[in-house]
Design a protein around this ligand. Structure first.
Ligand code: DGY
Length: 324
């Protein structure tokens, strides 16, 4: 039986399918962390990886028979793609199935940060709600506000469409032109500077790559509107967390809603003290239905690769390579 390594236990249905069809090794527990497990099982033919575990060059190089890395996430910046391509190891991810769940969560953060939901909840629990007041916890109105989407991929578009239902206007920044989106939905593509200067809410939906490390830095927060809300459900390293804490402390922006962090699971301690920061533990795709679908997609990818077929959800770098 072909050996498959699963970085962590996940949806039981997927684990059951993998155990039936392959010699399944689940890293963690007595097998140690992923690095130790890969060392011990260097003859594995497939790895199902999680965004929380780096799969670096030395790990990849140590694998003698690896044919596929199926990442249990849409973002795959945890994997050294150049190293995988060099060894012709297929890499897949889980696009589409998590678009709605992640867009819902981004919208929840936009609402929570704009309307001060977490502050309100804390106030009630602390017994500090002493009756309705005209000026209590006033927030920002979404109707008529301008949403700036940074990264107009599937999730960015899904957030834009949700926001439109709340009466928000939408502009977006994207490296490539998106004439279909501009025409069909009337969302205008603007420059990055125009977006950060004018948006009332900025929502981040770019994949991470070193070229966009700390895209949101001190200078960018300084240019944003004083009453802007900043939301990041993409990747933590797209923002300079210390610079964001400064901007929030000095009220250079109104609030932030974060689902991701620069050095997960660590969170800048200054952010934790701020009332105008809503902090979630990377829950973007965390619904029962979505996580099941994501897990089953990784099983399908491993099946396809190990039976010599082309997996359906190869990452773009692999699709490019196959075109040549
Ligand atoms: C992803 O798939 O990249 C998400 O961050 C998971 O929640």
């Amino acid at each position: 039986m072909k050996k498959v390594i699963l970085a962590h236990r996940y949806h039981e249905e997927a684990v059951a399918a993998l155990s039936r069809e392959f010699d399944l090794v689940i890293a963690g527990g007595k097998d140690g962390g992923l690095r130790a497990c890969l060392r011990r099982h260097a003859d594995a033919e497939a790895l199902i990886s999680f965004l929380s575990d780096p799969v670096d060059r030395s790990m990849i190089q140590g694998m003698r028979k690896l044919r596929i890395i199926a990442n249990f996430a849409v973002g795959y910046n945890n994997i050294d793609i150049a190293a995988a391509l060099q060894k012709s190891i297929l890499v897949t991810h889980t696009p589409d199935v998590l678009t709605r769940a992640t867009a819902d969560l981004a919208m929840a953060l936009i609402l929570a940060a704009s309307r001060r939901l977490v502050e309100g909840d804390a106030m009630v629990r602390a017994g500090e709600f002493h009756g309705w007041q005209a000026g209590l916890l006033l927030g920002k109105e979404l109707n008529g506000a301008l949403l700036g989407i940074v990264g107009m991929g599937r999730i960015g578009l899904a957030v834009a469409l949700r926001a439109r239902a709340f009466g928000m206007k939408v502009v977006f920044y994207s490296r490539s032109a998106k004439p279909r989106i501009e025409k069909q939905f009337g969302f205008a593509r603007v420059t990055f500077l125009e977006l950060i200067r004018s948006a009332d809410v900025v929502s981040l939906h770019l994949p991470y790559s070193p070229g966009v490390h700390h895209l949101f830095n001190r200078d960018v927060f300084a240019v944003m509107k004083k009453d802007a809300v900043f939301v990041n459900t993409a990747r933590g390293a797209l923002m300079d967390e210390a610079a964001l804490a400064d901007a929030l402390e000095k009220s250079e922006i109104f609030a932030a809603g974060l689902d991701v962090y620069e050095n997960e699971p660590a969170v800048n301690p200054r952010l934790k003290k701020l009332k105008n920061a809503v902090l979630l533990p990377h829950l973007g795709s965390a619904t029962e239905a979505t996580r099941r679908q994501m897990a089953m997609m990784t099983v399908q990818a491993v099946r396809q690769a190990l039976s010599g077929r082309k997996p359906r959800h190869l990452i773009p770098e692999w699709k490019e390579r196959l075109k040549k």
